[in-house]
Design a protein around this ligand. Structure first.
Ligand SMILES: [Zn+2]
Length: 305
């Protein structure tokens, strides 16, 4: 079911490997919010070019710095050299130094082409996108440095990974033994207060049934809090599914390497799972098969199309 979007705004709905790209048409400042995953950079560029119909992109705004939201920054900047990149406050030093651990790319085994930023968004400030001012709101939980963009005039929220039609992103900080569930609850409370008529999420289709989505997300966060292992379980499955989407096929040895990387950083994973990465790989390969996401071919796990 497709919903009616505000004029001058276009959602390039991508999927789960790449985040959605939200294009704002404007004679002066054509802008895109979030740029997808690096391996799909050529497709991102082609989609943005088609959307802009010959106009040059002038600005990229990122909701957060996860690889599936900023992976197209470098390729877009190469194609549109005068394009400015604005990132949320918090990790700008990590971007300047390109610290792949703080930027999450090393612990998640994900790839992101290096880019430089031209400016930093101001929390509770506004950014002009198309014909309207959008407020930059904090959206801790999935990523404590993430922001959402809110336009009261349009009753529209760009929610990033704080709220999807069904659920929200993994609460990563909890995997490192730092609080995150409560902060996600606060973000959901903020969304409930705003009472958007339309939400444009980071993944999946835009939706208008916001109240029930928030309600479901709130009960999901409670369910995760009741047993934090559930969050770790989801994280491991999501990590593996993401890697499989990016590569189509992974050997058990490659999966073991991925988990070994993430074990180095994730205290909860160390607590709850076998220490042996090979054992861990075998266990989650079976789980993805059972979920119907992948099938086994000898020592390889293959993404089902
Ligand atoms: Zn994310």
């Amino acid at each position: 079911m497709s919903v009616r979007l505000p004029d001058g705004l276009q959602v390039l709905e991508r999927g789960w490997l790449s985040s959605n790209n939200i294009v704002f048409h404007d004679p002066e400042w054509p802008t895109v919010v979030d740029t997808g995953y690096g391996s799909q950079g050529a497709q991102t560029l082609a989609l943005v070019q088609a959307a802009l119909q010959g106009q040059a992109l002038r600005r990229i705004v990122n909701t957060h710095l996860h690889s599936d939201h900023v992976g197209g920054n470098a390729v877009l900047k190469r194609h549109y050299p005068s394009c400015q990149i604005l990132i949320p406050p918090g990790l700008q030093d990590a971007v300047t130094a390109w610290d792949e651990t703080r930027l999450s790319y090393t612990p998640t085994g994900q790839h992101c082409e290096r880019f430089t930023h031209d400016g930093v968004l101001t929390l509770h400030g506004t950014v002009r996108l198309g014909q309207h001012d959008w407020q930059v709101l904090p959206a801790a939980g999935h990523d404590h440095d993430m922001v959402m963009l809110w336009c009261g005039e349009l009753g529209t929220l760009i929610s990033a990974d704080a709220l999807w039609e069904k659920g929200f992103g993994i609460i990563f900080s909890e995997l490192m033994g730092e609080p995150g569930f409560g902060r996600q609850q606060a973000t959901l409370d903020l969304i409930a207060q705003l009472a958007p008529r339309l939400v444009i999420p980071g993944h999946g289709a835009p939706f208008t049934e916001v109240e029930s989505a928030v309600r479901n997300a709130q009960s999901r966060i409670q369910w995760l809090m009741d047993d934090p292992r559930r969050n770790a379980d989801n994280a491991m499955k999501a990590l593996l599914a993401f890697k499989l989407m990016a590569h189509q096929r992974l050997s058990l040895a490659e999966i073991a390497h991925l988990f070994q990387q993430s074990q180095l950083f994730n205290t909860v994973v160390r607590e709850h799972y076998p220490q042996d990465p090979a054992e861990l790989a075998a266990r989650f390969a079976v789980q993805l098969e059972k979920a119907g996401v992948a099938r086994r071919e000898g020592d390889d796990l293959v993404l089902k199309s």
